[in-house]
Design a protein around this ligand. Structure first.
Ligand SMILES: C[S@@+](CC[C@H](N)C(=O)[O-])C[C@H]1O[C@@H](n2cnc3c(N)ncnc32)[C@H](O)[C@@H]1O
Length: 246
């Protein structure tokens, strides 16, 4: 049975998403992402899973790449629709683990830890399968996701802060037995406080390789970041590329 996933990116999150992720719009962050994806796409179409407000899709489309997206959240996609350049981007509403978008693609990508929004192994495996069905022969699948931070979690503890500032406290709550993680955000502005929590399933690079293999793809590249710095034991995230056979 396929369960419809809960939408954690409804209106109250979508309303502030671009402002709260402003650091991700900085050219120093976004340009290398778009360069990397544009080079892989070449003259073939690209599919963004979890396209959201179009942070990556719009600049990629401006580079001449035909981009299509899948997303669950009407509120996030409404923000995309309101931006210049959005008219060139088609979006299919639905769960990216199972939804079929029209067309065939040379590139599919899933950035900003969004694979973890699928909170079971079955759903993550289904996502790889779904991507493989969208890709043309030789097509590539790119994921950007953090390396699970368990080396910093002392034995017996379940919480770890990832940001501490006067306006934003963020900490991850780990369920090590179930490979689950809930990111809690406490934000303060204009004398008001807001708490939001987002569930994830953290996933290991080797486990993603196995999911790719189950879907008939194999690892082609793994880097520490979009600049293609080497991936090492100290890397906190990775950018991985799997390929469907020619
Ligand atoms: C962290 S945002 C990333 C948005 C965009 N990719 C970016 O980099 O700014 C995650 C997006 O994925 C969407 N999403 C999460 N789980 C999903 C699912 N199972 N199916 C479709 N969309 C999903 C959310 O609605 C949201 O728009």
């Amino acid at each position: 049975m396929i369960l419809v996933p809960e939408n954690h990116f409804g209106e109250p999150v979508a309303e502030h998403y671009d402002a709260q992720t402003a650091d991700r719009y900085e050219p120093a962050v976004l340009d290398p992402t778009v360069d990397f994806l544009a080079e892989l796409a070449g003259d073939r179409a690209a599919l963004e899973l979890g396209i959201g407000t179009g942070r990556v899709a719009i600049p990629l489309s401006r580079r001449g790449v035909t981009v299509r997206g899948i997303d669950l959240s009407e509120a996030m996609v409404a923000r995309l629709r309101a931006k210049p350049g959005a008219e060139r981007i088609e979006v299919t509403m639905g769960d990216f683990a199972h939804t079929r978008a029209p067309g065939a693609f040379g590139l599919a990508y899933l950035v900003y830890n969004t694979i973890g929004n699928l909170t079971s192994q079955d759903e993550q495996v289904a996502c790889f399968q779904n991507v493989a069905e969208h890709l043309e022969p030789g097509g590539r699948f790119v994921i950007e996701v953090g390396v699970p931070d368990l080396r910093r979690l002392p034995p017996g503890e379940t919480h770890r802060p990832f940001t501490v500032s006067p306006t934003h406290l963020g900490f991850d709550e780990y369920d090590v037995a179930a490979q689950g993680l809930i990111s809690h955000h406490y934000r303060f502005a204009d004398g008001r406080g807001e708490v939001r929590s987002f569930p994830f399933r953290y996933v290991w690079p080797s486990e993603l390789d196995l999911m790719a293999r189950l879907a008939g793809m194999s690892l082609r590249e793994r880097w520490e970041d979009w600049h293609r710095r080497p991936f090492t034991g100290e890397s906190t995230k990775h950018v991985s590329v799997w390929q469907k056979p020619e």
